[in-house]
Structure formats: structure tokens, C-alpha cells
Design a protein around this ligand. Structure first.
Ligand code: ADP
Length: 608
């Protein structure tokens, strides 16, 4: 992967991780803040409704106490029950009671009807002509008879409309005269539950109470019209009636909807009051935040990618400039310089790179100077060797001639020892001669300006070498694989093969001497080999034999140790390499390479 993509991907990955994590944190933070607000709001609404409801209840109870203590009621009632003839004056007391009740109904807002029953539950007088005649079975009556405060929600006998009853006992001198029942309109209480302020479109307040062993809604609910006196299938209501005043964040309401609910218990009546709102509605701000966060997130990602690209581009561009400049320099254009002037690390890198190139130029200049100096001194040295060895030849020739004259002069006169000394002198002079010839040949390699490159057919060269070989032995020089044509100095390639082939013959004591020559076409080189079945070379001399004057033979042999050093010099002058692989007493193979010199080098296979 390219550096730029790597930087972009890394930055985007880091950025995305930060965006996602912070998005989640913000989301949960926002959610808990919204939930907290909803909870606070529900608590304050339910608390205020509880207080309003308890206010109504206690004012109604107070009203009952005041009404219970009205002397006229007790007086008329006692008079009325004393006379049960249903004639005058009983009828007039009944009328007086009726008038008193009608006055009470007019005095107290909210009282719809008032009735009085005897202790058996028979209704004696009522402002409501439809009122049932006996209320002995009604809960409120039973409570009232027992002297308990009693507030009961109930429909009227026909269940046509809802009222609630406040029943109290009328006593005179500790004697129970009867029961007074006040029927209140539910409007005031319903004004509490019908007020949806602060509760959105799904919020509401419900009130429930025990009726005949069941928890029933005693006001209408917002969503189910016929919910009145229906069983309150609501967990929150059960909690409220169970005196648990709390907030519940995930309860189901009577509709099965998930709600956040606040429960309150109403003392005196034992009712439960629940203020709730659907979770879904309560969390609408969070949903909106979620959507906004999503868009902000997408926008941030786009910005992030753009910024990452810009950062990556700024980082990678100078590196690319440096790398392309380095490439041009490596191709030999040392004039190239990097022009980055930023004051950061990349600027430092660019200026270090430029100084490195400057010193490279200087080093190269010095190297070139040294090389040409070396070349000059090499050429001078080789010329010197050539001249010296050439000049040595003349006095050596004189020594040889003088030795010849001396041996002629002393022909029969000299002792056998003297004759032996003279023949040794001959041999040494001959050795000296060969040495000088060798040095001459060695020093000529590479400096012989007379030899020119030409197309050389190696097959022909091998034929010429074969002809030049003077040997009494049975020699077979065999070309194993077809040899190419080379564009090279003829003298050098002849010298090279001649030395290797003649060594293969010289260091070989077999009756049948076999020399094989071959070639392989390598990618950028020609690989040749010359193999013999001679005496072989111990491994420790594989390198040494290529040094000048190195011979593995005795001093008295005609080995000068120059041949292979000339071969090595030719191969290396042409840019190739030479090495040997050998097994003692079995033979040696000399390998050497010559680089292909296209287009001057011509090579094609020939059939041997
Ligand atoms: P020279 O043959 O004149 O001694 P060279 O430089 O050609 O000098 O060889 C150096 C030495 O390497 C030889 O003296 C010989 O001992 C050994 N040598 C060279 N070629 C062969 C060969 N084909 N087989 C065995 N020994 C060899």
C-alpha cells in the first residue's frame, strides 16, 4: 500500500473512532439529560395534582363535618323519625328536611344532590327524585354507619353518570339518627385529570381506587373512552395504590405502551394517582439529536477524509520529490537538487539530502581523479615492465651466445662438471627468456594499442589453437557446445584459450588427453568452460594459481606461473570473472565469463 493511502486510512480510522465514541457519549449524555428532565417534570406534575386532589378531598370532608353539625338537620330528622305516620307533622318535617338539603345543595358548589337515610338504609328524603330508595348495601353507607369518614367514587344506581359520595352520620346525644349522603359532581376532580398541560400528546394523569377487591380507574382515561370503572391494568397504578411514590422509566401502561410514570398515593381515600407519558414521545428530543448527530457525523467524516488527504499530500509530496530526485541521481544526474524550503523535519531532510548529494559529487570527482591517476600510473608501470623486459632480452641473448661460444671452445677440454655447469647455464638462460616473454605478454594485456576489436569466430580461434599445439601426446580438443561469435580483440581471446588449453595438456599425464570446451548463454554474460582430464588442483590453490609467478610445480620445471595470471588479466579487463573447479588426479574445469557487449557483441549458435 502506498504511504499516502496508509496515512489517509490511519487518520480516517483514528478520526472515525473518535467521532463514533464521542457520538455515543453525547447520545447517552443527551438521553440521560432528557430522561432526567422528563422525570422531574412528571414528578412535579403528579405532585401538584396530588395536592389539588387532596385539597378537594379535605375540603369536602370539612364540608361534611360542618353539614353534619347543622342543628336544624338533626332537629327535623329526629322529629321526622319520631312520627312515622306519614301524615302531618311528619310530612312537614320531611319538607323542612328537603328544604334544608336544597339549601345545602345551593350553598356548596360541587354538591349535586343531598339525601338522608335512616340507619337501615331507607332513603327518607333526597334532592334527587331518582335516588334509590335503599342504600343499605352501598359501601359508603356501611362505612358511615360505622362512623368512618367515607369518600366513594361510584356511578349512580343506574350507572348513567358519575358522582362521588360523601357519607356521614347524623347524631344527637350519641344516638344515630340517620345518614346524610352528599353526592358530588366529578367535574372538579376530572378537571385535574383532563388537564394535559406539560404532558404532550401521550401524557395523562389517571386516578384509580379499590372497588370490590379490584383496582379500577375512577376517572376517564385519555385514550380509552369506556375506561371508567374498568380494571386498571397498569403497573404504575398498582404501585401508587400500594403507597409507592416513585418514578418508573420503563413500565407498561394500561394500553401496553412503554411509559415513564410517576406514582402518588392519596391519603384519606386510598386512591392512586399516576402521571405518565409515552417513552417514545419523551425521547423525541433524543431522536432528533440522533438524527442531527448522524448528519454531523457524516459531515465530519467527509471533512476528516478531506483533511486526511491534505495532510497525506503535504507529507508525501516532499518525500516523492526527494525519492524522484534520488532516482535521477542514482541514474547519474548528479546536478539534481531537492527544492523544499519548509522549516520542518522534511525541510531538514531535503537540505541534508542536498548536502549529501554535494559531498557525493565531490567524492565522485576525487574518485575520478584518483582513477585516472591510477590508470596513468598503471599504464606507465606496464610500459615500464614492457620496456625493461624488452631491454633485458638483448643482454640475455648475448649471455646465451657467449655461453654457446664457451661451450664450443671448451668442447673436449672441459671436465664433465664444467659441461654440466654450462648446460645448466643454458637452461637458466632459457628459463629467463621464457620469464621475460611472459612478463612482456602480461604487461601487453590492455595496453596494446595496436590490437583492435573485431568480430571473432571462436570456432576458428579453437582451430588455430589446435594447430599451434606442439605435443607428442595423443591430444583431443573437443568443442562440446556450439561457440558464439564475439566482438573482441582477436589476440587476447586467442591468448586466453591457448593458455587454458595448453595448461590442460601440460598438466596431464594421461595417454589420451581430453580437452572439452563449452559455452552457455547467460542473461548478461557469456559463460565458457575449458575442461581437462589432467592432474587436477588441490582446493587450497584454487585462488593462488591465478597470481603471477605462482606455480605448483618444482622450481626446475619449465612452469613460470605467468599463464593463468595473463588469462585472469584478460578476463577481468573485459569485465568478466574466472574460477576453477577441480578433482585431484581426475581433472580441472576452468570457467570464465565475458559480458555481452550489445550491439557490438554478436552472438549466435553454431553447429559444431
Ligand atoms: P605455468 O603453467 O607457466 O606454470 P600458469 O599460471 O599457467 O603457469 O599456471 C600456474 C600453475 O597452476 C601451474 O604451475 C600448475 O601447477 C597449475 N595449473 C595450471 N593449469 C593447470 C591444469 N589444467 N591442471 C593442473 N594444474 C594446473
Amino acid at each position: 500500500m502506498k504511504l499516502k493511502s496508509e496515512i489517509v486510512l490511519t487518520l480516517v480510522a483514528i478520526g472515525l473512532t473518535i467521532i463514533v465514541i464521542s457520538g455515543f457519549l453525547y447520545y447517552y449524555n443527551a438521553k440521560s439529560t432528557v430522561l432526567k428532565q422528563v422525570v422531574n417534570q412528571l414528578q412535579s406534575i403528579s405532585e401538584s395534582k396530588k395536592q389539588r386532589l387532596e385539597g378537594i378531598v379535605s375540603s369536602n370532608l370539612q364540608e361534611m363535618q360542618t353539614i353534619q353539625n347543622r342543628a336544624v338537620l338533626k332537629q327535623y330528622l329526629s322529629k321526622y323519625i319520631e312520627d312515622t305516620t306519614d301524615r302531618y307533622p311528619a310530612q312537614s318535617y320531611k319538607l323542612l328536611l328537603y328544604n334544608a338539603l336544597t339549601r345545602i345543595k345551593g350553598e356548596y358548589k360541587g354538591i349535586e344532590d343531598a339525601s338522608i337515610a335512616d340507619i337501615n338504609g331507607n332513603v327518607l328524603v333526597s334532592t334527587n327524585p331518582q335516588h334509590p330508595k335503599n342504600i343499605a348495601d352501598e359501601e359508603y353507607f356501611k362505612h358511615a354507619v360505622r362512623g368512618e369518614e367515607c369518600l366513594h367514587f361510584f356511578s349512580d344506581a343506574e350507572r348513567r353518570e358519575v358522582v362521588w359520595f360523601n357519607a356521614g352520620v347524623l347524631e344527637s346525644y350519641s344516638k344515630v339518627l340517620g345518614i346524610i349522603v352528599l353526592e358530588y359532581s366529578v367535574d372538579e376532580i376530572e378537571s385535574i385529570t383532563n388537564d394535559y398541560t406539560g404532558l404532550g400528546t401521550t401524557g395523562e394523569t389517571t386516578i384509580g381506587g379499590w372497588q370490590q377487591g379490584k383496582i379500577l380507574f375512577i376517572t376517564k382515561t385519555r385514550f380509552i373512552k369506556k375506561s371508567l370503572f374498568q380494571v386498571a391494568n397498569s403497573t404504575a397504578m398498582h404501585k401508587a395504590i400500594g403507597k409507592e411514590e416513585n418514578v418508573y422509566k420503563d413500565l407498561e401502561d394500561y394500553r401496553g405502551a412503554e411509559v415513564i410514570a410517576s406514582s402518588r398515593y392519596i391519603f384519606k381515600t386510598g386512591w392512586g394517582l399516576v402521571t405518565k407519558i409515552d417513552r417514545q414521545e419523551a425521547l423525541i428530543p433524543v431522536q432528533a439529536f440522533k438524527a442531527i448527530s448522524f448528519y454531523i457525523g457524516c459531515f465530519s467524516v467527509i471533512i476528516l477524509i478531506l483533511i486526511s488527504f491534505i495532510i497525506a499530500e503535504n507529507l508525501v509530496r516532499p518525500i516523492n520529490i526527494i525519492s524522484s530526485t534520488a532516482l535521477k541521481i542514482s541514474e547519474g544526474d548528479l546536478q539534481q537538487r531537492v527544492s523544499i524550503h519548509s522549516k520542518n523535519e522534511l525541510g531538514d531532510l531535503a537540505s541534508s539530502f542536498n548536502s549529501m548529494t554535494e559531498s557525493l559529487v565531490l567524492t565522485q570527482q576525487r574518485l575520478e581523479e584518483k582513477l585516472s591517476e591510477l590508470d596513468r600510473s598503471n599504464v606507465a608501470l606496464e610500459k615500464f615492465a614492457y620496456i625493461v623486459s624488452h631491454d633485458l632480452k638483448a643482454p640475455l641473448h648475448s649471455i646465451s651466445s657467449l655461453a654457446e661460444i664457451i661451450s664450443m671452445e671448451l668442447k673436449d677440454k672441459a671436465s664433465p662438471e664444467t659441461n654440466q655447469l654450462i648446460s645448466m647455464l643454458h637452461m637458466k638462460v632459457k628459463q629467463m627468456h621464457e620469464l621475460i616473454n611472459g612478463i612482456l605478454a602480461y604487461s601487453k594485456v590492455g595496453v596494446d594499442i595496436d590490437s583492435q576489436k573485431e568480430r571473432v569466430d571462436l570456432q576458428q580461434i579453437i582451430d588455430e589453437v589446435r594447430e599451434a599445439i606442439v605435443s607428442t601426446k595423443n591430444v583431443d580438443v573437443h568443442i562440446e557446445t556450439a561457440l558464439p561469435e564475439l566482438y573482441i580483440e582477436r589476440v587476447l581471446i586467442f591468448q586466453l584459450f591457448q593458455n587454458l588449453i595448453s595448461n590442460g595438456i601440460k598438466y596431464n599425464y594421461n595417454d589420451e588427453i581430453k580437452i572439452a570446451i563449452g559455452w552457455t548463454d547467460k542473461e548478461s554474460d557469456h559463460l565458457f568452460f575449458v575442461r581437462d582430464n589432467g592432474i587436477g588442483i588441490p582446493e587450497e590453490y584454487y585462488e593462488k594459481i591465478f597470481d603471477i609467478f605462482q606455480t605448483l610445480q618444482s622450481k626446475n620445471s619449465d612452469s613460470t606461473g605467468i599463464g593463468l595470471s595473463i588469462v585472469k588479466k584478460i578476463v577481468e579487463t573485459k569485465g568478466g570473472k574466472i574460477w576453477v573447479e577441480s578433482t585431484v588426479n581426475k581433472g580441472s574445469t576452468f570457467f570464465f565469463t565475458l559480458p555481452k557487449e550489445t550491439p557490438k557483441t554478436l552472438s549466435h549458435n553454431r553447429i559444431n
